[in-house]
Design a protein around this ligand. Structure first.
Ligand SMILES: Cc1ncc(COP(=O)(O)O)c(C=O)c1O
Length: 392
């Protein structure tokens, strides 16, 4: 089946549900068994499809979303958690223990980095941050106790694309598990399991939900790693609520058409920004001028609406004059919804291995291109630059 058909059909079982197109929302903590034998039998098959033991272990509503997500990514099984960060934590906790070493990409999402520097450090796991552009050079950083190599491509502030295949190859040679934060493509424009990745973590809060009204995370794995990841997700206790799961499943059905439009509008904005005199460079790997463009072409079939803009040096009051008066761009930390967003970011503050690369630059903005008309979005930015220039 082709991708659009998978997105439309996966996880749907109208035959088991009176013919209704969508699954019902099961609100559940307790699931009762008629006999002791059935109770025991059920528990012995925990984590198998169609087996439900307790609300935290999911319901048929969860299973519908999880089945659809696994099919979209080309993985074996998936599990929904209460946020993207909960999913990332469960994936890390599934594999790491005291004395282990973790190789973490330096461009990782800030709160994931915090988990490494706080929780993981406290529990005796050492983290080394590596340059996102390292490629096969990762081999020099792998130690005997390196358990896990974590990727995020592109990074969500600076948009470096990683050369995934050699990293995975080197990790596998040394028996390391690989996890990728795959939120930027959200399963649509990049297929992690075709590249040998073991676990995909997606903040479904962004494009899967797509409407800025739900927090959710998805972990998708190969069959080899499923039990471990599923058990960790349950142990963390951060299961997704059924109404949110339903909304995420509804969002998933339209993800491809939305993503294509985010891609198109993002490219229009990026090209327009690239030609502006106030702009130093645009951080968008689908632009030919981007240093990650060749890698992007190798690994991705499209782009979402999120990209960065490095401005030429300008004082903060002038930036504020631009941002404060924007009518169509909200100033907010998230992305992936139908609406456009803009944010002043500070990549150097959350870097260690590659801090110098970002310290020398001018102020950096992050833009999420929403589903508004691109001409209106451009006109709003143009008026913003006029305010910035007047305030200089
Ligand atoms: C790249 C990336 N990964 C993970 C997350 C975490 O997702 P959530 O906010 O659902 O916890 C985010 C949130 O902004 C993100 O941008």
């Amino acid at each position: 089946m082709k991708e659009d058909t998978i997105i439309t059909t996966a996880g749907r079982h109208p035959d088991e549900n009176h013919g209704f197109v969508n699954p019902p929302v099961y609100h559940a903590s307790t699931i009762v068994s008629p006999t002791l034998a059935e109770f025991r039998e059920r528990r012995s098959h925990r984590w198998e499809p169609g087996v439900f033991t307790y609300g935290r272990q999911g319901t048929p509503t969860h299973e519908a979303l999880e089945e659809a997500c696994a099919a979209l990514l080309g993985g074996d099984r998936a599990v929904a958690l209460s946020s993207g960060l909960a999913a990332i934590n469960a994936a890390l906790f599934a594999f790491l223990e005291k004395g282990d070493h973790l190789l973490m990409v330096d461009s990782v999402y800030g709160p994931s980095r915090r988990v490494c520097d706080s929780f993981l450090a406290r529990f005796g796991v050492e983290t080394t941050y590596y340059d996102p552009t390292i490629g096969a050079g990762i081999r020099d950083l792998i130690r005997d106790n390196t358990k896990l190599v974590y990727l995020e491509s592109p990074g969500s502030l600076t948009f470096e694309v990683q050369d995934i295949d050699p990293i995975v190859e080197e990790a596998k040679k040394r028996g390391c598990v690989t996890i990728i934060d795959d939120t930027w493509s959200s399963g649509v424009f990049f297929k992690p399991f075709q590249h040998g990745i073991d676990v995909s973590a997606i903040a479904a809060t962004k494009y899967i939900v797509g409407h800025s009204d739900v927090m959710m995370g998805m972990l998708t794995t190969t069959s080899e790693h499923w039990q471990r990841v599923r058990q960790a997700a349950s142990d963390l206790g951060a299961n997704a609520g059924p109404d949110d799961v339903y909304l995420a499943l509804r969002g998933l059905r339209t993800i491809k058409v939305r993503m294509l439009r985010h891609y198109e509008t993002g490219m229009k904005l990026a090209r327009w920004l690239e030609a502006r005199p106030e702009v130093e460079r645009v951080l968008h790997p689908a632009l030919e001028s981007d240093p990650g463009h060749a890698l992007w072409k190798r690994y991705f079939t499209g782009a979402c609406g999120l990209f960065g803009v490095v401005l030429k040096p300008v004082e903060e009051p002038a930036i504020a004059a631009m941002l404060d008066g924007l009518e169509l761009y909200g100033m907010g930390a998230s992305w992936g919804g139908f609406e456009s967003l803009i944010l002043l970011t500070d990549p150097a503050s959350i870097r260690s291995a590659t801090r110098a690369r970002w310290e020398a630059e001018g102020p950096t903005l992050r833009i999420h291109a929403g589903l508004e008309d691109p001409d209106d979005l451009i006109a709003d930015l143009e008026a913003g630059f006029a305010r910035m220039n007047a305030a200089r």
